[in-house]
Design a protein around this ligand. Structure first.
Ligand SMILES: N[C@@H](CCC(=O)N[C@@H](CS)C(=O)NCC(=O)O)C(=O)O
Length: 213
C-alpha cells in the first residue's frame, strides 16, 4: 500500500549568542546536510529579556516546528542521526560517541582557562593544557584515525561523521585561542582540512559571522 503522506521538512530555528560557541557543531551539521534553518543570534544586552523564555534559561536551543529543545550535545546528536552523520551500526556510533565524550572532557578543560581571571593561575592552566592535556586528547584522536582502516582517513567509516565535525570545531578554536599547531598530529590535521574543504561546509565557513568565541 503506498502512502500519500508527504514528509515536510521541519522548520528549524537555532537560538544562540552571536558566536560559534556551543552552537557551531549544529550549524556545521546543517551546512553538511544542506538543510535550511534560521540562525537566530542574541546580543548579550538582549539576553536577560529572552532568558526566561528558554526551557533551561540557557542556549543553545534548537526550535523544531515550535518545540524548544535544549542541550548542545543532544542537539548535535539529534542532527547527526537525522541526517546520516552518526554511523551505520552500533559500533560505529560507539566510536563517534567516544570521540564526542572526549571532546566534552577537553572542552571542560578549555573552559577553565576561559573563565579564570587571575593572571598567574591562567598561565598555569595554559601551560598544563599545552604540555599535557591537549597532547593527551590529540594523540588519542590521531590513534583513532589510524585505527580506522576504511579508506579516506576519517574517524569512522569512509566519510564525514559527527566525530570529524566535533574535532574540526574544537581544533579550530584551539588554533585561534591558543595558537595550537597541528604539526604533531597530521592525520587529525587532514581530517580538519577535509571537513573545512567540504563544499557545503566551506561555503558556511566563508559566510559565517566572525566572532571572538
Ligand atoms: N549543558 C548546556 C549548557 C548551556 C549553557 O550553559 N549555555 C551558556 C552559553 S554556552 C548560556 O546560555 N549562558 C548564558 C546564561 O546562562 O545566562 C548545553 O550544552 O547546551
Amino acid at each position: 500500500m503506498s502512502s500519500s503522506k508527504v514528509m515536510k521538512m521541519p522548520e528549524y530555528k537555532l537560538h544562540y549568542f552571536n558566536g560559534r560557541g556551543a552552537a557551531e557543531p549544529a550549524r556545521i551539521l546543517f551546512a553538511l546536510a544542506d538543510v535550511e534553518y534560521e540562525d537566530v543570534r542574541y546580543e548579550m544586552e538582549d539576553w536577560p529579556a529572552k532568558k526566561p523564555e528558554m526551557p533551561l534559561q540557557a542556549l543553545p536551543v534548537l526550535e523544531i516546528d515550535g518545540k524548544m529543545m535544549t542541550q548542545s550535545q543532544a542537539i548535535a546528536r539529534y542532527l547527526a542521526r537525522e541526517y546520516g552523520f552518526n554511523g551505520t551500526d552500533n559500533m560505529e556510533t560507539f566510536r563517534i560517541d567516544e570521540i564526542h565524550e572526549a571532546i566534552v572532557e577537553l572542552q571542560r578543560e578549555l573552559y577553565k582557562l576561559h573563565y579564570e581571571k587571575d593572571e598567574d593561575k591562567k598561565k598555569e592552566i595554559n601551560q598544563s593544557l599545552v604540555d599535557t592535556i591537549i597532547p593527551k586528547f590529540m594523540n588519542f584522536f590521531e590513534r583513532r584515525i589510524t585505527e580506522n582502516h576504511r579508506s579516506g582517513g576519517y574517524f569512522v567509516g569512509d566519510g564525514i561523521t559527527l566525530a570529524d565535525v566535533l574535532v574540526y570545531n574544537i581544533t579550530y578554536n584551539m588554533e585561534q585561542k591558543l595558537k595550537l599547531s597541528l604539526d604533531k598530529w597530521p592525520k587529525t590535521a587532514a581530517v580538519c582540512k577535509k571537513v573545512a574543504s567540504h563544499p557545503k561546509v566551506s561555503a558556511w565557513l566563508k559566510k559565517r559571522p566572525q566572532s571572538e568565541f
